[in-house]
Design a protein around this ligand. Sequence first.
Ligand SMILES: Cc1cc2nc3c(=O)[nH]c(=O)nc-3n(C[C@H](O)[C@H](O)[C@H](O)COP(=O)(O)OP(=O)(O)OC[C@H]3O[C@@H](n4cnc5c(N)ncnc54)[C@H](O)[C@@H]3O)c2cc1C
Length: 571
Amino acid sequence: MYTHDVIIVGSGLAGLRAAMELVGRFDVAILTKVYPSRSHSGAAQGGVAAALGNVDGDTPEAHIFDTVKGSDYLGDQDAIEIMCNDAPAAIYEMEKLGCPFSRTGENKIAQRAFGGHSFQRACFSADRTGHALLHTLFEQSMKNAGKLQVYSEWYVTRLIVEDGVARGVVAFDIKTGRLEVFHGKTILFATGGYGRAYQITSNAYANTGDGITAAYRAGVPLMDMEFVQFHPTGLYQHGILLSEAARGEGGYLLNGLGERFMSKYAPSKMELGPRDIVSRSAQTEIDEGRGAGPNKDYVYLDLRHLGKEKLMERLPQIYNLAKDFIGVDAMKNPVPIQPTAHYSMGGIPADNDCQVLADEKGNLVKGFFAAGECSCVSVHGANRLGTNSLLDALVFGRRAGKKLAEVTGGMDWSPVDERKELDAALNEIRALREASGSEDMTSIRSELKNTMTYKAGVYRNGDDLGQAHKKIKELQERFKRAPMADKGNTFNTNMVESLELAHMLEYSELIVAGAIERKESRGAHARKDHPTRDDAGWLKHTMAFKTADGGYELRYKPVRITRFQPQERKY
Ligand SMILES: Cc1cc2nc3c(=O)[nH]c(=O)nc-3n(C[C@H](O)[C@H](O)[C@H](O)COP(=O)(O)OP(=O)(O)OC[C@H]3O[C@@H](n4cnc5c(N)ncnc54)[C@H](O)[C@@H]3O)c2cc1C
């Protein structure tokens, strides 16, 4: 058994930012299933929001309102106020730590437009903002290498919670298969999103919702799981992201007839409407036969008019992605795109200091924290604004670190039954390894992903969701009869993929269950059979609890409204 004061799972922006508050004061361990600098944060492209006002008259007040409106009024407004007010300090801090932000002519941090924001608010490093931020924090962590223990390529399978107190995790070393208990006074999950359950997705392979599933299995509820964000500009058939920065820099969206279709859906914002609205608009063009290509199943992102200089200076990665993956030269031709599953608004419910909630009444799971995309604070509500999630990870990563320092200092060690925890983890692994039957993991994975994309996607309805639920139940059963090809211990990626698939099968049911129950359209959850927002019935958060018989129970929690009463959302 390994023992550390604080155990952080996840080395993306949220996990590394939290660690900075703790190193040198506590014995801190970070566990991560991928090498730290390969965490998904590094893939973020377009920018990180902060009302610096470097290019216009932006204010934190305007940022707060845009975020509340963008969330379709489901975001908790006290948390949103904290995030937007803390944003400028968070960015200047990253600048001081060495993050190479792009600059204005006066050598200030450059800022560009992004969907749903009413000012040029996105601070950026060309179109590699996440890479620049993540490497800055990773370098800072390396400075503290002697004081911070990083367990790289260790895969966490279980969260240990006994009598309402989090006590550690169980993880295995992917290289050797060795299983260990990690005992801590406090635990932080910063395990990222759950978008890999979808076939068309911009998410990294690692985003399989392991952290949220481990928490759920340990008795922690999950909040607002039905809210999955679809980004309008995924590369056709691949889902790889072409950042909103492309539209922030002036890119157009065209249908198959060459029309800038956003004039019909968000005339005042055009291509810079919020993502839920732009994704639905693109999907509507496709569904109504105005798509492009032989099957009319995509629309275009047109960057030709931006010119070579701007494209290569501001959007070089986007140019290369289109060229490398589908062979389109964005300087000469419009790029085929379609909506792609992109961001997880739901996750582990947490208060404004990232302390995890045990229920809808606000009781806490003692010693357990969550930050970043795996958490649901909730600052994004039903729809996240672009650039607000790197900000969420930085601001709430820092807050988590500060609160962890306070709580860990006053916490006693709670005992862990090492043998019991190892046996439970071994039993799960043994069941996977010894499964026999004629089912096939690859087919189950692809059937699940297709079900999620086509039955619980941009547009939803009761019939499709019902079919999706039935299908997931069927796949959960078939999974028990799917043998693992590699039964060894050494670098068994087959084992990792099987555990990840088990997680996806478990939490996808909660996405669909929440969506079936929520009989309204709000933010990213758009039901054709309930097309309007229903504040009287549904201005509330969903909380999914695991029941003793392996099923789930949905309960609800009010939204915290401080200053902005819900209004009709027009752009
Ligand atoms: C293509 C793309 C572009 C984006 N661009 C932007 C943007 O421009 N601006 C913006 O604000 N947001 C953007 N986002 C969203 C943003 O990148 C993420 O929300 C954010 O980086 C999440 O950070 P995180 O620290 O919460 O998690 P991550 O960076 O995803 O890190 C998760 C960590 O958890 C670890 N982990 C997970 N499971 C386990 C396990 N079982 N055991 C051990 N470790 C585990 C992983 O190894 C990893 O270290 C983008 C998202 C995508 C998909």
